[in-house]
Structures are given as C-alpha cells and as structure tokens.
Write a protein that binds this ligand. Structure first.
Ligand code: F6R
Length: 610
C-alpha cells in the first residue's frame, strides 16, 4: 500500500529518492518523507499530501547525501499528517526507519516501551519498531542485529528499511508479507517495495522472500534469514520499459491504460494459441495441466476487480469444462474454514500479486494440499512466486489505481485456460478454433470501441451530478455490471450498485425514478429479450437508461435514453468488450467532476494489509 525506496552509492540520493517516490505514489499518497545521512548527521523531512509537496521542499533546501530512505504513505494507524508520516526515528534521531505493513502487537509493545522511558511522537504502529531497534542497538552496537532482534518480537507484516548515523555505510532491509526488492547497480545499490521505482536505474533485481533480511552497502548486499542464516539470492534481470510507467502524453494513467487494451489483450494471448489444434498453450502451467483437467472442483479466489474477473471465469469454466467452480473473496475464504481437498484446483487472481487477503487464502489452500495456480500481472510478485504454478497476464505495469487493462487481460487468460481444459474434455477442435479465432479478433473490436471515446464523454457530461447509479446485466454480463459500478464509485465517489438484471424486481426497482440512471449491459445474446423486459420496467418508472448494446441492434435505441453500440462476439468473450465503455464512462464522469482519477481518495493500488 505504501511505497518504500532507498539508495546508497556515489550519487546524490535525494533526487533518486524523490523520483522513486513519484513512481510509487500510486501505491499510497497521503503523506511522504525522506531521511538521509550526510556528514554523520541525519536529515529527516516529512510532508502531508502528495510527493510533489515534499519534492518542492527538498529541492529548495539543497540537501545532498549518498545514503537515504524515503516513503509514501497510505494511512492505516493514525491520520495522515507530518508526525505520522515515515521515516520514524528514535529520540536522538540516530536511527531512522520506513515501514510498509501492519504491526499487529504494537499496543503491548508500545506500553512496555513507554514504561521503560521511551517517548512516542506519532500514533502509528510503526514507531514501536524504531524504539525497539534503538533498545537493541544500545545493547548490541550492531544495526543488523538490533533490527533482527526487534523483528523477532513483531507480529504482523512488514517491508522495512533502516539506516543509522552510527553505521552510515549500510541500509538494513527485511520483509514479511510486504514486498521488498534490492536493485543492484555498479558502486551503488537501491532498495524498493516495487521494481517500478528502480527501472530508470537498474534492471538487476533481487527479490527478498518472507523472513529474509539484507545488509545493503554501496558495493554489495548480503541476505540472511531472520534466524541469521546466510541465504544465496539470485539476481534477476527484469524487462520493463520506462514508457510503460509514464503517461506518454495522456492526461491520466487510467486513460492511457484503457487505450492500451488492444495491445495488452494481444500481449496476454501472444504465443499462447495453437490454432491448428484448436487449443491454447500456457507455458507457466507446464506439468500441471493434467492435474488441473482432472480436478474435482475449481475454486477461484480474488478481491475487487480481480474477483469480478473470477466470476466471469466461473461462467466460462462451467460452460465449457463441466468442472464445478466456486468463486470467493480472499477475505472470506481465509476465515471461513473452506472445504478444500487435494483434488481441487485453486486459482488466485491478482493484478499486483501482493493482495494480503488473496495471499493468505493461497497459503491456506497450499496447507490443505490443493493445487494452487496464480494468475498475476506483476512478474515476480509474491502470489506468482508462492503458487505451485501460474499464468502471467502480461498486461504491463498498471499504475492507475482503478484496474482496467488488467481486468481485460485476466479475462483473456481465463478464456485461454478454459479452452485448454475444455479441449481435454468435450470441446471439439473446431469449437476450440472458433473460440480462439474470436479471441484473436477481440483486440480489433476493442479498437473500434475505443473510437467511441468522444461519444461516451458526451454521455458522461449528462451524469456528472448524479448521486446514484444502477448497473444491470445478466449471465456473463452480470459480473460486468458489478465491475462497471465499482469503477464508477471508486473514482467518481458516486454511489453505484451492480445487480443481475432480473434481481431488480426483488428490491432495487424501488430506487428507480427520474433521478436514478441505470446502465444496462444488453448485447444481443440469449438473454437479450429478458433484459429488454427489464429495461421496459425501468422506463415505465421514469428511469433514465444508458444501454451498452450490439451494433446491429436497431430496436434498443428507441427504448432507452443513451445507447453505446459495440461489436458482437461470442458470449464468453463479451465481458471483455462490454466492460470497456463502462471504464470510459466512469473515467469521464470522474474527470468532469474534477477528481483525481489516478489517485482516488482512500484507495491504494496494492492492498497489502488486511
Ligand atoms: C479496483 C481495484 C481493486 C483491486 C483489488 C485487488 O479498480 O483495482 O478492487 O482489483 O484491490 O487487487 P489485486 O488484483 O492486485 O489483487
């Protein structure tokens, strides 16, 4: 949720840290801070608000140093202000620390430290850690040992970086439940919670695992476990281009990512289609295909938008493979003693690959010996690494907090997985080919839909002052209704709900009047006539209707107030197309309301706390 970056080397750390923070700001953005050591003195600056506030301040201050750490925060304990912002420090400002995660047992630790004379400045859980490190440093006079001993007392999750004026030649880092990477340079090294912060400096990355720590110096890094055993770490070369993480001329990352979808969908299927055999090839699953095909059940676990993708996956897999599928929220799955057997395949869908609830569910499924399959975007992320096997969606970095291109890439990969399993069951080669050909045509259809941008912007203008929205769809398009409503509420702060269209008469219809816009996802599929009846019900109660409809449909526009016409495809792939106008509608409404669509209030890109 928060972002961590650190530097040690021969350059001035300050601009490197600020640039890194800006690249991480999408992960958390209510306050930011920096700590550097120069001439054996610590300089700590923290500011409430965006990284730009901190940047302006440090630029003017002329601070220079060769070692430093910096943090952008998304508040969990204590309101966003300068005192609660990181880095936190001990009484004489000799030890400074930044932390992602939550220290669950901070209350008793804080009480004990206060009884021992420690003074707390902030309301954060993090501050106990810096005082604990101070306490052990007084005894051990060794920073690594002090951090290690402090961490042994901590319950909870952390990715941390610590520096001290007593040992100004090193950064100590540790990870448990919150990602942390080391970027390897020449006569300089970096640390960060996310490789995006480092890609302008190095592509050589070391991923720390849970329970690992490292001493990072200018020329070296040494990894150990929390139990002080040495660990050999592999340096991995990553392949991310800088323009993948910049706006490239778009006003917002969200719009850029919506517009990138023809390409991101192509990338997610590239090299994965064997048209002659009417089957897909998912290299990541190598050796596990048979076990997946033979599974008794498939359980899909995810959160938010990824959960909506999972719901579409349920429709696809049940229709074509005959394997019973259940979809659960990570947060519910992990606490409800779910029935999982070694004959089940569990699939964990996560853009970031770091979502705490999805990760905890994955670990539970592993404990119960089910096969675990990760469907992730971020390469090397925790869920990707901890799953038995997996499929990358290859959507490229998604920076806008509202997920868009990851969703359509997740659906693409779920379609490929469905074909892979179904071909080992009853799906004929011809039917497999038909689905895959249709899938190959999807990027072109997406290009066509994106050309409706101006038209959708005009519709958005009419609804920017709406207070509520209803989204309705059936079958494959029911999860799209949920996703459309989520997109709108998270970036425009307009209350929106998604429902299966037929459920409307069981309650939500009471809300319909001239002030309640309803978005119907109504392509000409097998439930079209039924959806039309639902539209009639809304219209007869003076409701305002926006319909996402098939381009050949000439009937619907006579019935509704606004129509967004899109190309057709087979039912299972329709959600890839129908979700895109809803992304654009949400985007334009939020922009017209003057809101920050890339960094909506209270949200963070990757939810690494419960
Ligand atoms: C919504 C959104 C969130 C995420 C959810 C899961 O636009 O982005 O609902 O989908 O937090 O995140 P991942 O997919 O990273 O596990």
């Amino acid at each position: 949720m928060c972002g961590i970056v650190g530097y040690i080397g021969k350059q001035n750390a300050v601009p490197i840290l600020i640039e890194g923070l800006k690249r991480l700001e999408y992960r958390g953005y209510d306050s930011a801070g920096i700590a550097v050591i120069t001439e054996n003195k610590a300089i700590i600056e923290k500011k409430k608000g965006k990284v730009s506030v901190l940047e302006k301040f440090v630029k003017g201050s002329g601070i220079e140093a060769n070692i430093g750490i910096a943090h952008t925060r998304w508040a969990t304990h204590g309101e966003p202000n300068e005192i609660n912002a990181h880095p936190h420090f001990n009484a004489d400002k000799s030890i400074m620390l930044i932390h992602n995660g939550i220290i669950e047992n901070y209350a008793p630790l804080r009480k004990k430290l206060i009884s021992e004379g420690y003074k707390f400045l902030s309301e954060t859980d993090t501050e106990v850690l810096v005082h604990l490190i101070d306490k052990f440093y007084t005894k051990k006079k060794n920073l690594f040992e002090a951090v290690r001993n402090a961490l042994l007392l901590i319950n909870g999750t952390y990715g941390i970086a610590v520096i001290s004026i007593y040992e100004p030649d090193k950064i100590i880092v540790a990870r448990k439940g919150s990602p942390l990477v080391i970027g390897v340079g020449r006569e300089e090294n970096y640390i960060a919670s996310d490789v995006n912060a480092l890609i302008t400096h190095t592509s050589s990355i070391v991923y720390l695992e849970d329970g690992e720590m490292a001493i990072v110096t200018k020329d070296n890094f040494e990894a150990k476990t929390l139990e002080d055993d040495k660990v050999e770490k592999e340096v991995v070369e990553i392949d991310i281009e800088v323009d993948e993480i910049t706006k490239s001329g778009y006003p917002h990352f969200m719009l850029k990512e919506i517009m990138e979808q023809p390409e991101s969908i192509r990338n997610s299927m590239r090299g994965r289609i064997l048209m002659d055999e009417g089957v897909s090839k998912l290299g990541g699953l190598n050796g596990f295909e048979e076990r997946i095909v033979d599974s008794e059940r498939i359980l899909i676990v995810a959160c938010g938008t990824s959960w909506h993708a999972g719901l579409v996956g349920e429709y696809m897999l049940e229709q074509f493979t005959g394997i019973p599928v259940e979809v659960d929220y990570g947060s519910e799955f992990r606490y409800r003693n779910p029935i999982i057997t070694p004959d089940d395949t569990t699939i964990f869908i996560s853009q970031s690959g770091e979502t705490a609830d999805t990760l905890a569910a994955l670990r539970e499924a592993k404990r119960r010996q089910a096969l675990t399959v990760g469907i992730c975007n971020v390469v090397g992320s925790t869920i990707a690494r901890e799953s038995d096997t997996g499929i990358y969606i290859h959507a490229g970095p998604e920076i806008g907090v509202a997920s868009t291109k990851a969703f359509t890439a997740q659906l693409t990969v779920l379609a490929l997985l469905t074909v892979l399993i179904a071909r080992s069951k009853n799906l004929s080669c011809q039917d497999g080919q038909m689905i895959l050909k249709e899938l190959e045509s999807i990027p072109y259809k997406v290009e066509k839909i994106l050309k409706l941008n101006d038209e959708i912007e005009k519709i958005a203008e009419q609804f920017k002052d709406a207070k509520n929205f209803l989204y309705l769809g059936r079958g494959y398009n029911f999860p799209v209704a949920l996703e459309g409503a989520l997109k709108l509420k998270e970036i425009s702060y307009i209350h929106a709900e998604g429902y299966p269209a037929a459920e409307m008469k069981h309650g939500p219809i009471a809300l319909i009047d001239e002030n309640m816009p309803t978005v119907f996802i109504a392509p000409q599929d097998s439930v079209y006539e039924k959806v039309i009846s639902n539209i009639e019900e809304v219209k007869s109660r003076k409701g305002v209707v926006i319909a996402v409809a098939s381009e050949k449909d000439t009937k619907i526009e006579k019935l509704v107030n606004y129509t967004i016409k899109i190309p057709d495809t087979i039912r299972m792939l329709m959600p890839i197309l129908t979700s895109i106008p809803l992304q654009l509608l949400a985007y334009h409404i939020a922009v017209k309301k003057g809101l920050n669509v890339d960094q909506p209030r209270n949200l963070a890109k990757s939810v690494t706390v419960e």
